[in-house]
Design a protein around this ligand. Structure first.
Ligand SMILES: *[C@@H]1O[C@H](CO)[C@@H](O)[C@H](O)[C@H]1NC(C)=O
Ligand SMILES: *[C@@H]1O[C@H](CO)[C@@H](O)[C@H](O)[C@H]1NC(C)=O
Length: 415
């Protein structure tokens, strides 16, 4: 049986942490415990915080002041107020460590015309900062409804165009993002690119299940990244792990709705991809399209290796365990005899149980020329939802081993 209480401790923790953090830090800022830090309050740089006037320039000024402080700085977004921000880039290097403490709300303009036609990819963009912490228990609201309505995924006659990522980190080392709510992003919610030594914790990320391309956390070209104690309900991947990610630990995460935990797509346009040492541990998925997925394009090269998906509980997931090493689409139709593929090697699926809405609970669809190797399936119990019966598995060109009980029996289904 599934224990619904499995994640109750996490939820309690999330709630407690929000209230604790607020009260401790309210006093913390003005008390001695943070003597060494200078606090730069956004309101002192001309921000109105009424949700109507544009506070973008005020934030830019406050950031510049904090970033040039030789003492460790806190850039404070006060509680109880809402700051309207257009696209903004906050750049380092800074003279000292910075805490960007968001206690109030940051909100994006609702209208797409606030972005220039040729730069629509970002909303809040932080780059080249070492020793940055973003926390505070506040809300970052992408106000993305207009973007979703005008997405080519929603309205097929519209051209496909880029849409902003709510919160992007680029070239940041020693980054902590903790205790924030990130909601209704225009597109991706949080992106980590070209960063190292990253801790993302206690993030609540939500957008409607129907909102297009609203990935929760997107990681690429980054190493030594931890994601823990997050609740992610969106319209796309819960966590998407892309090219150049190494040493990633994802633990105690709740997902759904959305597309689940996904490595890839890797190797599109015949490119090289490198992903390794990925640990996904203790994840609860509700009604997601995929559970544990690895997806690579036909014709790519490189590898996705040394990957563990373990301790996952799934509720009504469509494709609980899926490797698709032969991905292709109408823009680039599949060919039978692909010469090249992204190697998929040493992948463990362990302690995974729950329910699926499609019969095919395990699908290992690998390339003929470069079969998936070192696949371990251990203690798996996946059944059709509503007690509707057993499940099946399909495998092509996969070299696997089974440990313990595995339901469905691997690779016994139709070819
Ligand atoms: C993927 O990452 C590798 C190494 O980090 C790099 O050589 C390659 O160009 C990247 N591919 C793409 C499509 O960016
Ligand atoms: C398995 O996955 C492959 C690739 O996504 C797909 O083409 C195939 O239909 C799937 N098989 C089943 C039985 O679902």
């Amino acid at each position: 049986m599934l224990t619904r209480s499995f994640f109750a401790p996490l939820l309690v923790l999330l709630l407690l942490s929000v209230s604790n953090a607020n009260s401790v830090q309210d006093t913390g800022c003005s008390l001695k415990s943070s003597t060494q830090k200078i606090v730069f309050v956004l309101d002192n740089y001309g921000a109105r915080g009424d949700g109507k006037h544009d506070d973008t320039q005020a934030l830019a000024r406050a950031w510049n002041a904090a970033c040039s402080s030789s003492r460790p700085a806190v850039l404070l977004v006060p509680k109880g107020k809402t700051y309207l921000l257009k696209a903004i880039t906050l750049s380092g290097p800074c003279k000292s460590n910075i805490v960007f403490k968001v206690k109030g709300s940051l909100i994006a303009p609702s209208s797409m015309s606030a972005w220039s036609e040729n730069d629509r990819r970002r909303w809040i963009f932080l780059q080249r900062v070492t020793g940055l912490t973003v926390n505070g228990g506040g809300t970052i609201n992408g106000n993305g409804e207009m973007w979703w309505k005008n997405s080519c995924k929603t309205n097929k006659v519209l051209p496909c165009k880029e849409a902003p990522t709510a919160l992007s980190f680029h070239l940041c080392n020693s980054l902590k993002v903790d205790n924030l709510k990130i909601v209704n992003s225009q597109q991706m919610h949080v992106s980590v690119q070209d960063c190292s030594n990253v801790h993302l914790a206690r993030l609540t990320i939500t957008a409607p299940g129907t909102s297009p391309n609203t990935d929760g956390i997107h990681i690429t070209h980054s190493k030594y990244v931890q994601v823990r104690d997050c609740l992610i309900r969106t319209g796309d991947d819960c966590v998407s792990i892309e090219n150049g990610t190494h040493n990633l630990h994802v633990t105690r995460v709740v997902c759904g709705p959305g597309h689940g935990i996904s490595i890839g797509s890797l190797g599109d346009h015949e490119s090289r991809a490198e992903v390794s040492r990925i640990y996904i541990d203790t994840v609860r998925l509700y009604g997601t399209t995929n559970g544990a997925r690895i997806k690579t394009w036909q014709g790519g090269s490189g590898y996705a290796k040394d990957i563990v998906f373990q301790n996952m509980i799934m509720d009504n997931v469509q494709n609980p365990i899926i490797i698709d090493q032969n991905y292709c689409d109408s823009a680039k139709p599949c060919t039978k005899n692909q010469k090249s593929a992204v190697e998929v090697r040493n992948v463990v699926f362990k302690n995974i149980r729950g329910t699926t809405i499609s019969r095919d609970a395990i699908n290992l669809s690998c390339s003929k020329d470069l079969p998936c190797s070192g696949i371990a399936l251990e203690n798996i119990d996946l059944n059709l939802e509503g007690g509707k019966g057993g499940t099946e598995s399909t495998c092509q060109n996969a070299r696997w081993k089974k440990f313990g009980n595995v339901v469905p029996l691997p690779c016994k289904g139709k070819k």
